[in-house]
Ligand binder design. Structure first.
Ligand code: NI
Length: 163
């Protein structure tokens, strides 16, 4: 278990296409644990392996409020989408920023679990958005390239109080 350093925008690793995972070995299991530790430490919703500098097609997501319902996706692939949602998106690799991105409101994803068993997962709203965002990372795509207006600074309540 370890918290890994999150790579930030400008780091070339974030623009590269990640490689398919062929087998789950001990090293990959450690990587999965570290990614979950890193995700929870950063209080994020999702994290893709390239964000910690590993060009493998691996994603972890947790959209639960308690942060105790991790979804682990190996070689995920979007196989169906439906509808449209327009909303704000952020990324642990782009700290302090937020921007409006259009995403499907429903996605169905095919992936492999820790036993390399194929499964599908369906998501709407936040989960659909997270699935699209994280799978984009595996293809070297950041949400900042899909923002429909302009990237904005995250405004914290404390800052408003100071004014
Ligand atoms: Ni991201």
């Amino acid at each position: 278990m370890a918290i890994r350093n999150i790579r930030e925008i400008g780091d070339s690793v974030l623009t590269k296409v990640s490689r398919e995972i062929k087998e789950v070995d001990k090293r990959l299991l450690v990587l999965i644990d570290d990614m979950l530790d890193t995700l929870y430490d950063a209080e994020g919703v999702g994290l893709a392996a390239p964000q910690i500098g590993v060009l493998k097609r691996l994603v972890v997501i947790d959209v639960s409020e308690e942060g105790n319902d991790p979804i682990i996706l190996i070689n995920p692939e979007i196989i169906a989408t439906d509808g449209c949602q327009i909303g704000d998106e952020g990324c642990l690799s782009v700290p302090g920023k937020v921007g409006t991105v259009e995403r499907p409101n429903y996605v169905k994803v095919k992936a492999y679990d820790k036993n390399m068993k194929e499964f599908t997962i369906e998501g709407t709203e936040l989960l659909a958005r997270a699935l699209c965002h994280e799978i984009d990372h595996l293809n070297g795509v950041l949400y900042v390239d899909k923002v429909t207006d302009e990237l904005r600074d995250v405004v914290y309540l404390e800052e408003e109080d100071e004014e």
